[in-house]
Design a protein around this ligand. Structure first.
Ligand SMILES: [Zn+2]
Length: 430
C-alpha cells in the first residue's frame, strides 16, 4: 500500500536548498511501511529469543498484516532456523486441527509441530521421521520435503510453529509490540533467511520507524527546530535508500550504516510528537526527494559533494555551520615508521616517507589532494583516500587541513585526526 504526500520545505543539516515551486510539482510516493533488518539485535543468527507471551500469526502481503491465529507461551518463544528434510501432512487444515494433530503426534514420540502455510491454511510438520511412519501414526497422507528452509518457534520445551521461508508470514505482538533479544518494537516481525543463518526483520509504519530513529540520531534534549530538521532528513533519507539491503531480504538496516533505529525501546515522547507534527514532510530539490546525508559533526564547515564523493550535487554545497559547538579539533599523530607501514600495507612502495605536501584545499578547508614523498618515489592521495589510507573511523567528512601554521595538522572532523609533526615523524607539513 503506497500513499503519497506533499513535500514541505525544510533545511537539511548538510545544507540543502529547496526551490520554491508550486506544491503540485512535489507529488511523489512515500512508502507507508518499511522493512528494517534488526542487525543490531539479531543478524546472521541461528536462534533468537522472542519475549512476548502471545504472538499473532498472519500473512504479510504488500507489507499489510492479516492475522490468522495466535500462539501462546508464558515464558516467551525461541525462534530457530530449520533446514533439511521434513515430512508434511499433505492436506491443509485449521489451526486447531493442526495443533491437536501435532500434539497427539508429539505424545507418541514424534518431533511434530503445527505449520503455517499462509492465508489461514495450516498443517503439521514432522522432523526426524519417515513419510510412512508419519502416515501410519496420523492416518493422513504426508509428503517428504527434501529441503525445507524456514524457522521454528518453540516455547515451554515444545515446538509450537514451523513456517517455511516461502510463506509471506509475519508475527505481531498482541499489544502491537513484540520483543526480540530484549528489545521492543512496533509493527511485525519476520526473519530473512540467508543460507544457514537468519536476520530479524521489522516491518513497520514509516512514521513509527522514525519514532525509533530520531532520538537515536540526535539527543531528544536538542532544540525543537533542530529535531524537526533531523526528522525531515531522516524521513527523506529512509525513502531514498530502500534498496540498501534488498539482497539481504530487507530495505534498511538499524545501524549507522543506514540510520540508527532502536525501536519502541528507544522512543521519546518529545521526538514522537515532532515526528507526528511533521508527518509526511520530506525535503525536495526541483520536485525530487534529496539525498539527505547528515553527520554528527561538520568540524564547523560542511563540504561540497564532489569534494567528498564524485558528482556535483547542487544542494550539497559547503557552508559554515554556525551552530557547531564543542571542540572541533582532533589530532592523530603518526610516527614515520607507522606512516611507512600504512603506505606499505596499501601497496604504496615509496621507500621511507620524507615529506608531505598538501597541494589542494577545499573551500571548507579540507585537504583535497596531498603528495607523500618517499626515498624511492611518491604517492598522491585525493579526497576520501586521504581519510581511508589512515586508520580512522568512517565519517561523512573527509580530511580537513588546519589553517593554523603553528599546528601542522591534518584534521578529520567528527573522527580522529592525522597529524604529522616534527620531530616524532620527521616530516614537515605545510
Ligand atoms: Zn544499512
Amino acid at each position: 500500500m503506497i500513499k503519497w504526500k506533499q513535500c514541505m520545505f525544510g533545511a537539511v543539516l548538510a545544507g540543502a536548498v529547496c526551490m520554491n515551486m508550486p506544491q503540485a510539482a512535489f507529488a511523489y510516493d512515500v512508502p507507508e511501511m518499511i522493512e528494517v533488518g534488526l542487525e543490531s539485535v539479531c543478524k546472521n543468527a541461528t536462534s533468537a529469543s522472542i519475549g512476548s507471551s502471545q504472538l499473532a500469526v498472519g500473512t504479510l502481503k504488500n507489507d499489510k498484516f492479516r492475522e490468522d491465529g495466535t500462539i501462546s507461551s508464558s515464558g516467551g518463544f525461541t525462534a530457530k532456523m530449520v533446514r533439511g528434510e521434513v515430512i508434511r501432512i499433505t492436506d491443509s487444515m485449521s489451526q486447531k486441527e493442526a495443533e491437536d494433530l501435532a500434539y497427539s503426534l508429539r505424545r507418541t514420540g514424534f518431533d511434530a509441530s503445527c505449520g503455517y502455510l499462509g492465508n489461514d491454511d495450516w498443517t503439521v510438520y514432522v522432523q526426524n521421521s519417515s513419510r510412512s511412519e508419519v502416515e501410519s501414526a496420523s492416518k493422513k497422507s504426508a509428503e517428504r520435503i527434501s529441503s525445507f528452509n524456514g524457522i521454528c518457534l518453540s516455547g515451554g520445551g515444545e515446538n509450537l510453529l514451523m513456517v517455511s521461508n516461502d510463506v509471506d508470514y509475519g508475527f505481531s505482538g498482541t499489544d502491537d509490540t513484540f520483543t526480540i533479544n530484549g528489545k521492543q518494537y512496533r509493527g511485525c516481525l519476520r526473519f530473512a533467511v540467508n543460507g544457514t543463518v537468519m536476520t530479524a526483520v521489522n516491518v513497520v509504519d514509516l512514521e513509527e520507524y522514525l519514532y525509533g530513529v530520531i532520538p537515536a540520531e540526535m539527543p531528544a534534549s536538542y532544540g525543537e527546530e533542530a529535531l524537526k530538521a533531523q526528522t525531515l532528513a531522516a524521513r527523506t533519507y529512509a525513502m531514498t535508500k530502500l534498496n540498501a539491503h534488498k539482497g539481504s531480504g530487507y530495505e534498511l538496516c538499524d545501524t549507522i550504516n543506514c540510520q540508527v533505529y532502536k525501536g519502541y525501546s528507544g522512543e521519546n515522547s518529545k521526538t514522537n510528537a515532532i515526528v507526528d507534527e511533521t508527518e509526511g514532510e520530506i525535503i525536495c530539490y526541483n520536485g525530487t526527494p534529496i539525498e539527505a546525508v547528515f553527520s554528527a559533526s561538520t568540524g564547523g564547515y560542511t563540504e561540497n559533494s564532489e569534494n567528498v564523493w564524485n558528482s556535483v550535487v547542487p544542494y550539497l554545497r559547503a557552508v559554515p555551520e554556525v551552530g557547531e559547538y564543542g571542540n572541533n579539533t582532533w589530532t592523530k599523530t603518526l610516527t614515520l615508521s607507522q606512516l611507512d607501514s600504512l603506505l606499505s600495507a596499501k601497496g604504496e612502495n615509496i621507500g621511507s616517507a620524507q615529506d608531505i605536501v598538501i597541494t589542494k584545499i577545499s573551500t571548507g578547508g579540507r585537504v583535497q589532494e596531498m603528495k607523500i614523498v618517499g626515498t624511492s618515489g611518491s604517492v598522491t592521495l585525493t579526497k576520501e583516500n586521504i581519510r581511508t589510507y589512515f586508520p580512522v573511523p568512517a565519517a561523512v567528512c573527509p580530511v580537513r587541513c588546519s589553517r593554523s601554521t603553528e599546528k601542522a595538522a591534518i584534521l578529520l572532523p567528527a573522527v580522529d585526526l592525522c597529524s604529522v609533526r616534527q620531530p616524532r615523524a620527521a616530516v614537515q607539513v605545510l
